[in-house]
Design a protein around this ligand. Structure first.
Ligand code: FES
Length: 383
């Protein structure tokens, strides 16, 4: 096992950086003005971004995608990802930021951010999006809890507007009526699309008309809804967004109702507790039989090659130590901002809460979770 000192040695054995005149930096952050701040609930503020016309093409997005923000707070760089809650067809870019206890970025947004301020924003990313097949009707069932509603707003509004035959059920868990984020917008969507959008609130601190809508969304409730409120066989895609416990419970309930897992898309909005320690990563690499590898990464057409040994936790951190400015946000395997395609050799991920099976099959990895399992590995952030 290498010590922390060993890590310094690893940094010193950079092989080469093939960028004689340009630096190897990530160009994906843009300075964007805040156009509006809107209080959605007591602890949730939405930010409308003023994307200039000349950047609207690079900021084009699919419903369900997210933006990554970067800010210097208290002398430290902080990155956070937030789902877009606006529909692409609205011509707006809006995210919602729920205040979390001791959250540095959310505290900054709630206490300091002003209209007219500039935020550093990365271009939209994410694969929590509708998979539209022309032959299939648009029949969605969505399960959300708390701020997990944000990508759903985009997905639901976009589908209802673009497809006159779209039918959607939303089961949305909140604490009580006044903590329901986007309540007005949801009610307006329901009233506009009375027969196509069914809205079901599930409240944990306020009793509604039925016990089935009291408490937290869990597997038992999901099975009940699948029996009485929607036909699991006719649904073309399920969307789940919330804490890991809800997602796991609903996913396994849907599978037991006979739903194929490739119809279930989910997105966590928190980094799960079980993140591997450095020691666990090193042990994983030893067990994979590959403790030192030559890694080449490509970003914006430029290559960087370095030696990664067992003192490096993952490919992303190893490259950042070499001075690369790569895209990342959560570093917990959740957001997919650090996604890259393996072009040569192989790499194994510790956890993956973000990539779809078809992306993994196509060779994509989350570099914040990946270690090389070959002596030579090449990855591209450009594909
Ligand atoms: S930085 Fe979020 S998954 Fe890697």
């Amino acid at each position: 096992m290498m010590s922390a000192k060993g890590k310094v040695c690893a940094v010193q054995i950079v092989l080469c950086i093939f960028v004689p005149e340009r630096t190897f930096v990530c160009c994906m952050f843009h300075s964007i003005k805040v156009a509006e701040l809107k209080k959605e609930t007591e602890d949730c503020v939405s930010i409308l971004l003023d994307i200039p016309a000349e950047k609207s093409a690079v900021f084009a997005y699919a419903p369900g995608q997210y933006l990554t923000f970067r800010a210097q707070i208290g002398g430290q760089e902080v990155r956070r990802s937030y789902s877009l809650c606006s529909a692409p067809s609205s011509g707006q870019w809006r995210v919602a930021v729920k205040r979390v206890p001791e959250g540095r970025f959310s505290g900054y947004v709630h206490e300091q951010l002003q209209v007219g301020d500039e935020l550093e924003v990365m271009e939209p990313m994410g694969s929590f999006v509708p998979r539209i097949h022309d032959s299939e009707p648009c029949r969605y069932v969505c399960f959300a809890a708390g701020s997990g509603i944000t990508p759903m707003m985009s997905i639901i509004a976009d589908a209802l507007q673009k497809d006159k035959d779209a039918e959607i059920d939303l089961f949305y868990g909140s604490k009580k009526t006044d903590s329901i984020i986007f309540k007005e917008e949801l009610e307006a969507l329901k009233n506009t699309h009375l027969h196509r959008f069914q809205l079901h609130y599930v409240l944990s601190r306020e009793r509604l008309q039925s016990e089935w809508f009291y408490g937290r969304i869990d597997g038992e409730k999901c099975a009940h809804y699948g029996k009485y409120l929607f036909d699991p066989r006719s649904v073309t895609q399920y969307f789940l967004c919330g804490p890991e416990s809800m997602i796991k419970a609903v996913e396994s309930s849907l599978v037991s109702l006979g739903v194929p897992s490739d119809k279930i898309s989910y997105e966590l909005f928190t980094v799960p507790g079980a993140v591997q320690s450095t020691q666990e990563r090193a042990e994983q690499r030893q067990s994979l039989g590959q403790t030192e590898s030559m890694v080449t990464i490509t970003l914006d057409g430029l290559d960087m090659t370095f030696i990664m040994d067992e003192s490096d936790d993952n490919i992303l951190d190893a490259a950042l130590h070499q001075g690369a400015d790569l895209p990342y946000a959560c570093k917990g395997g959740v957001c997919s901002t650090c996604k890259a395609k393996v072009k040569k050799g192989e790499a194994a991920m510790a956890v993956n809460y973000a990539l779809e099976p078809d992306e993994v099959d196509a060779g994509y990895v989350l570099t914040c979770q990946a270690v090389p399992t070959d002596s030579t590995v090449a990855l591209s952030f450009d594909e």
